[in-house]
Structure formats: C-alpha cells, structure tokens
Design a protein around this ligand. Structure first.
Ligand code: ADP
Length: 499
C-alpha cells in the first residue's frame, strides 16, 4: 500500500531556525524550506523563544517545502520530527496557549538551584537514574522555575490543567490540534525526570523537583504509529511516525546503528555521540549517558560529550581578530606552513567542556616566537578543534573499553579537508564524511519511514548512506604522541585560570 507514497517529510526544529525537508526513497533531498525565528535574551544568562513563533515558523516551512515543489500532502508517507533538545514549554491544555516563553537549553537561570541540589548530595542518585549531570541545561529545573514564577501555575498544574513538553511534544500537540500529548524516549531522557533504565518518569525525581506527574507527556518509542496530523493542518491526515532529539537523530541519520559507531557534528560547538548498544554505559569521565533511540521494543543507548568552542574558534579568528574574511580561507592559511611549528591554542573561551569540565579555564596560545604569524594562529585553532574531539573520543573509548573504528562527521566545519585529515591522523582512525550532510533531518526521516514500510529495514537504509570522502590516518605514531603531549601540557596550563 505504501508503494504509492513518494516522500517522507522531516521537520527539523532547531535552536535558531525551523526547517522542513522532503526526502525521496533514495534518501535524496527533494525540497527544503527554512525560517529563522527570534531569540530573546531578557536578562544576562537567560535565553527564551516564543512557543507560538516556533509553531508558526515550523508549520509555514512545512507548507512551503511542499508547495515549492508541487508536492501533494497525499504523496507524503509519514512525518518525522527532530528538535532542539531540553528546551521547555508549559501550556494550558484548554486554550493550547503557553503560560510562559520557551526556556531554551542554553538558559542558565537555574544554575544556583542546581548548585544547591549538588550541595544537598543529589548528584549520584540523579546520575544513576538519568545518566545526566545536575545542570541547568536540562528541562526539570526549567519546569520548576515556570511553575514557581507564573502566578497560579502551580495550582493549575496540580489541578491537571497544564501540560509540559519539549519542542517535539509542543509541535505534536499543535500538529494534532491538541489530541496527542506525547514525547519519545530520547527527548524524555534529557529532562532529568526520566529513568533511562526503567524507561519511565521517576517518582523520586518528580518529588525532588516538585513537578506533578499530570504535567508530563506519554513516552513513546522513536519509530512507530505515534500520532496523526489533524485534518486542517495539511489538508490531509498524515501519520507522525518518527521522533528523536537532534543529536540522536543525527546519529541515526549517519546510520551509526552498531555499538561502537560514533558521529561528530562540527558546528559552532562539536557534538559527539557514540552508540553503546543495549548497554547504558556509566561514564567515569563526565560524559552523559543517554538513550540513542527505541525502535519496537529494542532500546539503544549512547554516550555523549560536547565541545563548547568548535567552529566558533574559526569564527573568532575571523570576526574577533579579523585574521581573514571567510572561514574557508582558514584551510589555505593552515596548509601554508608544513606543521604547527610548535604553536598550540587552547580555545577555553567559555571554560572547558567534556571531559575536562573546568569553568575557570580560559583560552591561551602557547609556543609563540618571533616567527609566529597568522598562519600559525589559524592552524593552531583548526588543530585545537581536532584535539578537543580527540579528548572526548579518548574518554568514550575508556568508558566503553573498545577503540573507535571509524568516525562519521557532519556540520559546517567538515568542509575543511585539512581539519578532517588532521582529525583522522590524531585519532589514528578513518573519518567518513557522507554525501548528505543533513543528517539530523535524515535521521528523523529514516525513523519515520521505517515505521510505515517506506524503507523496509535498517539494512536497506545502510545502502542509502553514501560516503563523500574518507580520510585515512597517515601520521607516524611518534609525531602523534608528540603533538598530544604538547596539547595536554597546554590544556593543563589553561585550567583554573579564573580565581
Ligand atoms: P551551527 O549549526 O552550529 O550554526 P554549522 O554546522 O552551520 O554550525 O557550521 C558553522 C561553523 O563551522 C562556524 O562556526 C564556522 O566558523 C565553521 N566553518 C564553516 N566553514 C568552515 C571551514 N571551511 N573551515 C573551518 N571552519 C568552518
């Protein structure tokens, strides 16, 4: 029956823009529409979005992606959703109106509260149940903040009149005209309220954060008949059959479906996720344990680590120091010298993330001499991106006990072939860059298409994943050791800088 359908529609609701992408059976991108929306910074450290604008931008690009290529809703086999994670929305079930703006994952307003919970000794229990660190990043303390600060919210919540959702949940509520209040396991696993082992909302955590269970969405798998669009949204009832948070969707879009496979997204920051199969590996190196996806009854876990300053290091050289005018030029500059000539850069511009976690660290260049020029600064910055990814991969390998066989990559900075080759050299492992770099949307499409038989199996999907270029390690061991030695030394010297 599904033979008549031509496309799968992916909705990719990101932090700065909403996108809709139509894929065909070959996994090729047929149509794309994108719309940026407003970022609100009401106070130092606060970041908000307008939930209504999230929905209107997402629904308008959805329509535009179809109209611009004359695609009929009846040709869409299924919708897959992927989204910025952790961002928190609370709305009134009767009116469907949010009672407060969306508090975005980047928002730090609940940091002090998180510190007080750490001091009260809750870190271990939370890590054991959720796989996460006690941090303002995740949803629970944001929900608590909304209930505490919006007049009457707590009473309404206890009376069962409010709904909480991450952005996937909010979109589905609107796509189904309020019929479905649900989320998938990957988004649930970023709330600090979800036990990733039992796969249920956790009573003890709900009590700790003082959040009534009636607020919470039903938790589903990532691929299956999850919901259906209301007739007036696209003038057709289209099944919603795939959901995953953005990083998990990218891992699936990269088809890292076997334990030990990993992907890195090189954007503003670098986001690393490694599939650990059906084992929730507890990290000894401050990585997060998270749910990669659940398909049918089978759950897959992952380890995750992020680097704060990735491509942003190149942005800073371009816009802050004005060393060049286009990020592309960084490759030519870096390769204009035979090697780093002893110059290293630790981009701890916002402290250091995984696996160092030092908020007091600050950035520094090392090994500068009279001969140092723009090329050295640029090369050191590109190499720094690779060293930071190397550090996270090392931590992942230690936690899992198995060496990485191949790293699949996506994101804007993967256009830099020097960076990719240096990364392969450092990791001593091949880097594989796919032809389709829209891996996040592709992952959501894959999850949705699998559920309706648009694609028959993960094996069939593997045939669709095509490599654009593979970078093989070429560096001698001795040189690698030397580079890593100096990098480690440089990192140590940036730590605990702020007093
Ligand atoms: P995001 O989704 O975080 O906005 P993108 O995936 O669009 O990021 O990637 C943009 C980042 O990649 C920027 O930080 C930019 O500096 C970096 N970048 C883009 N092209 C290059 C390049 N050729 N070499 C190095 N860095 C690059």
């Amino acid at each position: 029956m599904t033979q008549n359908f031509t496309y799968v529609l992916a909705l990719d609701q990101g932090t700065t823009s909403s996108r809709a992408i139509v894929f065909d059976k070959k996994g090729q991108l047929v149509s794309v529409a994108q719309k940026e929306f407003t970022q609100y910074f009401p106070q130092q450290g606060w970041v908000e979005h307008d939930p209504q604008e999230i929905w209107t931008s997402q629904s308008s690009v959805m329509v535009e992606a179809l109209l611009s290529k004359n695609i009929l809703p009846s040709q869409i086999a299924a919708i897959g959703i992927t989204n910025q994670r952790e961002t928190t929305i609370v709305w009134d079930k009767k009116t469907g109106k949010a009672i407060y703006p969306a508090i975005v994952w980047q928002d730090r307003r609940t940091s002090a509260y998180c510190d007080s919970l750490k001091q009260a000794g809750h870190t271990e229990m939370i890590a054991q149940k959720t796989g996460l660190l006690l941090d303002a990043y995740f949803s629970a303390t944001k929900i608590r903040w909304i209930l505490a600060h919006v007049p009457g919210a707590r009473e309404k919540a206890h009376a069962g009149e409010l709904a909480f959702g991450t952005v996937d949940t909010w979109l589905i509520w609107n796509l189904t005209a309020g019929k479905s209040h649900l989320t998938d396991v990957t988004n649930a696993s970023r709330t600090l309220l979800f036990n990733i082992h039992t796969q249920q909302w956790d009573q003890e955590l709900l009590q700790l954060f003082d959040i009534p269970a009636s607020l919470l969405p039903q938790v589903t798998s990532c691929s299956g008949h999850l919901a259906e669009t209301a007739g007036d949204v696209l003038q057709a009832k289209i099944p919603i059959t795939g959901i995953a948070g953005d990083q998990q969707a990218a891992l699936f879009g990269q088809l890292c479906t076997q334990a030990g496979m990993a992907k890195t997204t090189y954007g503003t920051g670098c986001f690393l996720v490694m599939n650990t199969g059906n084992v929730a590996v507890r990290s000894s190196n401050q990585l997060l344990t998270t749910i990669a996806w659940k398909i049918g009854n089978e759950i897959t876990y992952a380890l995750e680590g992020s680097v704060f300053i990735g491509g942003a290091a190149i942005q800073w050289l371009r816009d802050g120091l004005q060393l060049f005018s286009d990020a592309k030029e960084s490759e030519k500059l870096a390769t204009s010298i035979p090697d780093n000539e002893g110059v290293y850069f630790v981009p701890a511009l916002a402290g250091l993330g995984a696996p160092h976690w030092d908020q007091q660290a600050r950035g520094a260049f090392f090994g500068i001499t009279r001969g140092t020029g723009i090329a050295h600064f640029t090369r050191a910055a590109l190499e720094a991106i690779a060293y930071q990814v190397y550090d996270v991969i090392q931590a992942m390998e230690k936690d899992c006990g198995t060496p990485l066989k191949e790293l699949r990559v996506d994101g804007g900075a993967t256009a830099n072939s020097f960076l990719m080759q240096f990364q392969a050299d450092l990791l001593n492992c091949p880097i594989n860059r796919p032809k389709i770099i829209e891996t996040t949307a592709l992952g959501a499409a894959f999850l949705a298409g699998l559920a309706v038989g648009f694609w028959k199996s993960q094996e069939e999907l593997q045939q669709l994943w095509q490599s654009d270029r593979k970078f093989s390690p070429q560096m001698e061991e001795e040189k690698r050791q030397k580079l890593v030695h100096f990098w480690n030394k440089a990192v140590q010297r940036t730590k605990h800088w702020q007093e």
